[in-house]
Write a protein that binds this ligand. Structure first.
Ligand SMILES: [Zn+2]
Length: 202
C-alpha cells in the first residue's frame, strides 16, 4: 500500500515550477504485458485514489510518467451531472484502471457544462464546457481493449484525466468560456493567473 503525494502546481502563495513543468509533459504509453514497475504504479494509483476524496487520479499527478489513470467506473453515486469532479467520494469498489486511454470519437454537437476541481490545482473550482457524448477506448490490466460510449459525469471525468496524461491542465482545453464559482477565493484566482502567465512564457 502506497498512498503517494499529489504533484501540485502551487502551494500556499507560490507556484512550484518543477511540478508544473512535469505536469505539462505528455506521458508515455504503457507497454504490455505489464512490467512489475507498471503494476506497482497502478497499485499506487489505486491506493491513492481510495485514500483521497476524488473521482480520479492520473499517473503524472503522482509523479509517474505513464499513460494511465484510475477513476470511477460508474456514475451511480452522482445525482447531479454538473457535480464537481473534485467533490466526490466514490465507493471503494467503484474503481476502474484506464490504461492508454484515448477518445475515438466525439459528438461535437453535444456538450455539457459542469464544475471541475483538480487535485493539482488546490482549492480552485471552475465551470468548464466539455463534450458530452464521446466514444472512448482504453486497455485493462490484461491488455484487452475496452471500447465504450460515455456521457455525463464519467465523460467529463475521462476528458479531464486524459488531459492530464497529454500534459494539459483543465483550463487549457475547455471548449467555451471558463466560469468561476461565486464564492471562489481570490487567492486561487491569483495563483491561476500567475500559472497562466508562467505557461505563456514557455
Ligand atoms: Zn485534475
Amino acid at each position: 500500500m502506497a498512498v503517494k503525494k499529489i504533484v501540485r502546481t502551487w502551494d500556499n502563495d507560490r507556484l512550484i515550477e518543477e511540478n508544473i513543468d512535469f505536469l505539462k509533459q505528455r506521458t508515455k504509453k504503457v507497454q504490455f504485458p505489464l512490467t512489475d514497475r507498471s503494476r506497482q504504479i497502478i497499485q499506487d494509483l489505486i491506493d491513492s485514489y481510495r485514500a483521497t476524496p476524488c473521482a480520479g487520479i492520473a499517473a503524472n499527478q503522482l509523479g509517474y510518467d505513464k499513460s494511465v489513470f484510475v477513476g470511477m467506473r460508474e456514475d451511480i453515486e452522482v445525482e447531479d451531472p454538473e457535480q464537481d469532479l473534485d467533490d466526490v467520494k466514490p465507493r471503494q469498489d467503484n474503481c476502474e484502471v484506464y490504461i492508454n486511454p484515448q477518445i475515438d470519437r466525439v459528438d461535437d454537437k453535444s456538450t455539457q457544462r459542469g464544475s471541475e476541481g483538480c487535485l493539482s490545482l488546490p482549492d480552485l473550482t471552475l465551470f468548464l464546457e466539455r463534450y458530452d457524448k464521446i466514444k472512448v477506448r482504453y486497455y485493462n490490466m490484461d491488455g484487452k481493449a475496452i471500447k465504450k460510449p460515455l456521457k455525463g459525469f464519467i465523460s467529463r471525468l475521462f476528458q479531464h484525466e486524459l488531459d492530464h496524461l497529454k500534459g494539459n491542465l483543465m483550463f487549457e482545453t475547455a471548449l467555451g468560456d471558463i466560469g468561476v464559482e461565486k464564492d471562489q477565493d481570490q487567492k486561487q484566482l491569483d495563483q491561476l493567473s500567475q500559472l497562466i502567465k508562467y505557461l505563456q512564457k514557455k
